[in-house]
Design a protein around this ligand. Sequence first.
Ligand SMILES: [Zn+2]
Length: 330
Amino acid sequence: MLVSPYSLGCTVTSQLVSATSITELEGLNAKDKIVFLYGEITKEQLMPKNFVFYNPEEHQRIVNLLENSGAQALICATGRNASLAGGIYPFPLIEDGDFDIPSVYMTEEEGTKLIPFIGKQVTLESISERISGKGYNVIGRKGNGKSERIVISAHIDAKKGTPGAIDNATGVIVLLLLAKLLKDYNGSNQIEIVAFNGEDYYAVPGQMNYVRANQDKFGNILLNINIDGAGYKEGKSAFSFFDLTENMQKKAYKVLELCTGIAEGEQWPQGDHSIFIQNGRPAIAVSSKWFIDNINRQDITHTPKDNIGIVNCTKLVEIAEAIASLIKKL
Ligand SMILES: [Zn+2]
């Protein structure tokens, strides 16, 4: 059994009750009990309750029911959920420092062994402590502060338990390459390079800081280019386009035509480019085509497999040169 990240610890002896669906949870008397969640209800990792960028109604409903249930602790049996939790198995159903019911998680197989204990008195001891921290972004700017901004971003943090090579050291390398490639940029836009601190931490503190600081300033952002998951050794790099103007799109295709290792990718929402799209700005998400195509089944990100051995550094140079070339055309 594993402690859910950011969870409070507990020592509880009480009756074990269970729910496998929202309907069962709604009908459950969980007051002062230990709730065992498995099956259908644990198929997706629940978004943190205060997470503003993506939060399905179903997740909010489950979190709400649990918080109002009076449960003393939660035991969750989970499978795989690559699109939201990355490649890990089992995944923590709850990964939320604002959620105060102590929780632990285990594999589906281990969960099966717990089923005979439903209705019985059980003891759960979970040793865990919550330590608060702060997130800061690193931001570099070049050019006239009064002109429109091109924001190039990549998250600098990685999930605990992974080296974070593809997610997202390679993104940071592209930022550094661009800082060099654009050092003599004298075009009409302002270049803003942002290393976001918090994409893989539940409260996304850096992203929230950025949104707060830019509340009235999103309007002057011409384009966001966000790099996340780039440089995988298999397949091509992928540029996915979101709400580009016709003119911008044309210029982007012109650049891609000259890059044999880069193709247009499908749109995907699980990254910091969504911050800009939600605030009405165009964006380009830069990643690896293999990851976008396998977003629902890959078992690499957020695991020890995400190490330097799966990175092709040549692709990072091609990506940085393509972005620099596009920026000079805008
Ligand atoms: Zn990432």
